[in-house]
Structures are given as C-alpha cells and as structure tokens.
Design a protein around this ligand. Structure first.
Ligand code: GAL
Length: 414
C-alpha cells in the first residue's frame, strides 16, 4: 500500500513538472543567418520568448537553404525532428507530408481563420489533405534587379529593361572598370539568373511550359538554346571572384560600388536596409529585364514536423499563433524584404520596393513559382535543373550543349 502511494506521489510530481514547468519549447532549424534575415527571425523569436516560450536557435548557414534542408531531412527520417523548420511552401513540403513526416497546426489555424487571412495560392500550398502542415510567414519574389544608381550614372547607363539593354549596359560598365553583375558561383544563385533569363527572353508562357510543366521540347528546343546564349554572355559580365561567394557578399559589392547590379530575390532588400540605405535613392529595385509584371514567387514558411514531445508540441502551437499574428508578420517582412503572407496586413510603413512587390503579389496576372523554391516542381527536378545550370556556368560548353544537358537531366529522373 505504502509503495503504491509513493508511486502515485512520484507520478503526480512528474506530471506536475512536465505540465506546469516545462515551457513551450521550440528548436528552430533555419538558414536565416544574413543581416536582414536574422533581424526578421528575431521578431518571431522575441515574441515567442515574451509569451513564455523557450527558443532554441539552430541556424544552418548557406543561402538558399540547400544545407539546412539536407540536415532537416536527415533528422526527420532518423526520427529526431526539430520542433520547427524553415521550408518553402510547395511540392517539396507536400513530399514530406506524403512521407508521413509532418504534423499539423489545424487547431490554431481554425481559431485564427487562416483560410480567410491567406491568399488561396499560399493557403493551398501550406495544406496537405486539408491540414496546415506549415505556417506561412512571407512571400518573396526572385526576379529582381538590384542596382547601384551612382555606379550606373557614372558609366552613363540606365537600368536595363530588356536583356539586349542589359548586354549593352554591362559592356559599358565593364569598360568603366566595375563588375557589371555581382553573382555568387553557387547553383541556387545561378539558377535565379537562369530563371530571370527564361522569363525575360521567352515570356511567362514559355517559363511555365519549361520550368513548371517540364515539357521536353521546351527544355531542349531553340528557345532554350537562346536562353543559354544569353547566359553565355552573362558569364562574360561576372568577376573571377564569384566562385562560392555568398549572395549577401555579392550584395555588399553592389552596396560598396564595386559592382553595378545583382539579380536576386527581395531578401536582398534586408541587406540594403541593414546598411541604412534608402530604396530608389541609394539603391534601385526593378523587375529583372524583360519580366514586366510577371513575378516568380517563393513562399517562406515554418514547417511542422510530426513529433510527440508535449513541450515541443506546445511550442509548435504557440509558434503558429505568433508567426501568423498580423503585427509579427508585418515586422518580420519589414526586416526581411518580403510581402507578408497574410493579406490583411496594411501596406503603410512599407517602402517603395515592397510596395512594388505587394502590387505584383496582389495583382499581377503572371504569378509563377520560382524554380529554386520547388513550388512548381519537386525537389529532385529542381535539383537536376540547378545542377545542369551550374555545369554550364562552370564549363565552356556551348549553348546547344547547355540546353541538351538540361533536357537530359530531366529525362534521367522521369
Ligand atoms: C531563400 C529563402 C529566403 C532567403 C534566401 C537566402 O531560399 O526563401 O527567405 O532566406 O533563401 O538565404
């Protein structure tokens, strides 16, 4: 009898510790390590801690997130998932859900009216079989041209609106002794340039055919050869130091006036802002050449791994409430350069670049999935295309060989 009483008391104490004393806990795996990115994440972290949560930061450096996604996947498959993990909305998220690796935050989503608060494209891509498997935080556009206005003016050129203008401007900039295009020689950065060239030279219809539908004729045909011809010219406008340069180091070259332009997503704005620069005065933000209003989007989210630890589960639910809070979404995007995922966040306080982005996100007839984010195609397909493009940048293959390599890379995994 005595021992039963002791056991009951021990159980009671244990339950008491777990229930009352362990705060909602979140180990958050992410790749937001650059200046503006880290500032944005801190908005969520600070609020999480202010509401009694325990935040365990787990950054895995590497822009674009290849390294972070590899670590996350290994942990998911090995049964040791982080509490939350940065991920893109889209097919690669759905693939994780199909493999049974994700839980959901439906109870918070229902109470918070997420279906109504989010644009359909975002809500559809955050749900799997009707369940919210990720918390959408912000929407980025990838086809932006960032410029240093003083460097352009000194060389007597204006912001190029077409790829022909880009070539002419870049030649003048090169002759003036500056790096025309700041680029890091990493596949995911090169593929952002590739996407912009596909869109700007061949139009949104072709982009969809080639990089969403993966149509073999589009991938290996004459239009794609023309794309690689443009890429070959671009290779002449980057500097030898590009190998393995991080995207934010490339932005620093533009900020310091050593380079004139950068093609990169609007997380770049977070770097300009962190350096205290004003948009459309100290730096320019324009659509990539030839894109017009067409917008290649990548939606950032915190994915919800399936787990059983009660403190972490409470952490997931608290995180869902916080990361979808309108004020948190606003402050996050102000630091990050994104457009809030919620559509009810007012536009006031956002700068000129963000207003351009919001206009596109809300009204452009051509919202297309950015390739690197694998919203339109799966992770394997996006990887195969990225490798083919990286191979073209690293070798002296001809544009015809470039298009063939691309088509073959997709053929090989079909
Ligand atoms: C993207 C991500 C952005 C930004 C960028 C550079 O994949 O969507 O939020 O972090 O990588 O790291």
């Amino acid at each position: 009898m005595k021992s039963i009483l002791w056991a009951a008391l021990a159980l009671f104490c244990l339950a008491g510790t777990a229930g009352a004393q362990t705060p909602p806990t979140a180990e958050v795996l992410h790749w937001w390590t650059a200046g503006g990115e880290a500032k944005a994440l801190r908005v969520i972290a600070d609020r999480f801690q202010a509401e009694g949560g325990r935040w365990i930061d787990n950054p895995v450096a590497g822009g674009g997130g290849d390294a972070a996604r590899t670590v996350a996947k290994t942990r998911l498959v090995g049964g040791k998932p982080p509490t939350m993990m940065q991920w893109h909305l889209g097919l690669s998220l759905k693939q994780l859900a199909e493999e049974g690796l994700l839980g959901d935050v439906d109870e918070v989503a229902k109470e918070g009216g997420w279906d109504a608060a989010l644009p359909a494209l975002i809500a559809d891509n955050a749900r799997y079989k009707g369940h919210y498997v990720a918390i959408p935080v912000g929407i980025h556009g990838e086809n932006w041209l960032w410029t240093n206005p003083k460097v352009l003016a000194d060389a007597g050129v204006s912001v190029p609106k077409t790829w022909a203008e880009f070539d002419a401007a870049a030649a003048k900039l090169k002759a003036a002794g500056v790096i025309p295009l700041a680029l890091g020689g990493q596949g995911w950065q090169q593929v952002i340039v590739f996407n912009a060239v596909v869109l700007g030279t061949q139009g949104p219809g072709f982009y969809r055919k080639a990089l969403v539908d993966l149509d073999a004729k589009a991938l290996g045909g004459p239009e794609m050869v023309a794309v690689f011809e443009q890429l070959a010219r671009i290779k002449g406008f980057i500097d030898p130091g590009a190998t393995n340069r991080d995207w934010n180091e490339a932005t620093q070259l533009v900020i310091k006036g050593r380079a004139a332009m950068q093609l990169m997503g609007d997380w770049t704005k977070g770097e300009f802002a962190a350096a205290g620069l004003q948009p459309e005065k100290d730096y320019g933000c324009d659509a990539s050449p030839g894109a017009g209003q067409a917008y290649l989007v990548a939606a950032d989210a915190l994915a919800v791994p399936k787990l059983s630890d009660p403190a972490q589960r409470r952490g997931q639910l608290l995180m869902a409430k916080i990361a979808m809070d309108p004020k948190v979404q606003r402050d996050f995007s102000l630091a990050k350069g994104s457009v809030p995922a919620r559509r009810d966040v007012p536009a006031d306080g956002f700068d000129a670049c963000s207003l351009k982005a919001m206009e596109k996100v809300r009204n452009s007839p051509d919202i297309l999935p950015a390739l690197g984010s694998s919203m339109g195609v799966g992770a394997a397909e996006a990887g195969a295309i990225t490798d083919a493009v990286a191979q073209f940048f690293a070798s002296s293959m001809s544009p015809t060989q470039g298009a063939r390599t691309l088509r073959d890379a997709i053929d090989a995994i079909r």
